[in-house]
Design a protein around this ligand. Structure first.
Ligand code: SF4
Ligand code: SF4
Length: 407
């Protein structure tokens, strides 16, 4: 059977791209840039042309604060993002996963996952990863209701820290493994249904802390809930349970949050520096463009996505299975990234805050207070966010994200 003809705009782009690579080999860099730009005018989805153009145009912005802080940590940790699929037992009115929080249970092939985890560990050792963090990607479900959750915890905690979100509604005696509890980090939002049963929430949190787990309570500062914040801050503080404030991201009463918070609301929420770390601050900012096609990304290299059958891919959005992890960061191939930030030059895992927060957990050390975990002095939080925003802007500019629009 004959292959379908290549559309002429794609053909033009291929020819221009070939001219660009030849010019680059001859060190004629302006000519190479012109050729890549021509290729992208013909086909804005041409990943290799975006990658080459961005590589030639990227000018590293100065990051004096982050650069200095990065010297404090030996190397970038390795992440294993584990897909977990099951329903959620809550129905929060502001749920960002609405429509996806009732997925049926998908069972794990724990033997196949173990075999893959052993291979990833060998790979991470070979690239000097200082420690591993397994992050559960729960897709809108409540992971602790999964029938194999305890066995999953027992498996993953062999490799390093295990971090997951939970609504903290299930009795932890049912799912908490007996060993390596100090490697578990439970990040638990106090949702409206948990407010209605606050004694159960506090009891479960206390139990987890007493068993040596790391527990971080969170409160989503939805505008309709702001007046309750002072009450819960006191309640949690009296119970010795950490509680951090989180921006509400979304629409309410025709206003877009977090931008729509008034000064009075911000004061009532009382964000502290550790609530408002750089990643929180730049997340809404870095939503302007989420097409990272062509930009080198750590996904597949320092962040590997693990499925229930033991197979791996770069990330949730690029599900093409990999035989082995990528030896180095590779250009993203996807037109919309819904993951956290994992770009080689802008990610949430190569900064000192990530390292300091997760290192003791991966080592199985005793939990300490959030203040002791803060990666840097409070006064640096805003300048660091500014340095990261400048990096985002430079990446979008160099890789032509405002210049060549995909249809
Ligand atoms: S607990 Fe989380 S996933 Fe479940 S409904 Fe509430 S916000 Fe959604
Ligand atoms: S994490 Fe985002 S930027 Fe990285 S490969 Fe996946 S979709 Fe692309």
């Amino acid at each position: 059977m004959n292959n379908p003809p290549i559309p002429s705009h794609k053909m033009q782009a291929h020819i221009a791209y070939a001219i660009g690579t030849q010019a680059e080999a001859a060190n004629e860099l302006d000519k190479a840039k012109q050729a890549y730009m021509f290729a992208l005018r013909s086909d804005p989805t041409y990943t290799q042309a975006i990658a080459r153009l961005g590589h030639l145009r990227f000018v590293e912005p100065a990051q004096p604060i982050l650069g200095g802080l990065r010297k404090e940590t030996p190397d970038v940790p390795g992440i294993i993002t584990v897909q977990v699929r099951n329903p959620c037992n809550f129905r929060c009115f502001y749920c960002a996963a609405k429509g996806h929080n009732n997925e049926p249970v998908e069972r794990f092939d724990l033997d196949a996952m173990k075999a893959q985890l052993d291979k990833i560990k060998i790979f991470y050792d070979s690239i000097n990863v200082p420690f591993i963090v397994c992050d559960l990607e729960c897709g809108g479900g409540e992971p602790t209701v999964h029938p194999q959750f305890k066995a999953l915890m027992e498996l993953l905690s062999n490799y390093g820290a295990v971090s997951f979100p939970s609504n903290n509604s299930q009795d932890p005696k049912r799912w908490l493994p007996q060993e390596r509890t100090q490697r578990l980090l439970v990040i638990s939002c106090l949702h409206p249904e948990a407010e209605a049963n606050i004694d159960r929430y506090l009891k479960n949190a206390r139990y987890l802390l007493d068993q040596g787990c790391w527990f971080q309570g969170q409160f989503i500062a939805h505008p309709a809930r702001i007046d309750k914040i002072a009450h819960y801050k006191k309640l949690f503080s009296d119970a010795g349970i950490p509680l951090a404030m989180t921006n509400f991201l979304g629409e309410y009463n025709n206003k877009q949050y977090p931008h729509a918070y008034t000064k009075e609301e911000i004061k009532k929420i009382g964000f502290s520096a550790s609530d408002n770390w750089w990643f929180q601050q730049i997340s809404p900012y870095a939503n302007r463009i989420r097409n990272f096609r062509g930009i080198p990304c750590l996904a597949g290299n320092r962040n590997i996505y693990l499925y229930k059958d033991g197979s791996i891919s770069r990330c949730l959005y690029d599900a093409k299975r990999l035989d082995t992890p990528n030896a180095k960061p590779e250009p993203c191939r996807i037109s919309h990234c819904g993951c956290d930030l994992f770009l080689e030059k802008l990610n949430r895992i190569d900064t000192v805050d990530y390292y300091k927060y997760h290192h003791p957990i991966a080592q199985g050390k005793q939990a300490v207070s959030p203040k002791q975990r803060c990666g840097w002095p409070e006064e640096l939080c805003y300048p660091i966010a500014d340095e990261q925003k400048a990096m985002y802007d430079e990446l979008m500019k160099a890789y032509g994200k405002d210049q060549f629009e995909e249809k």
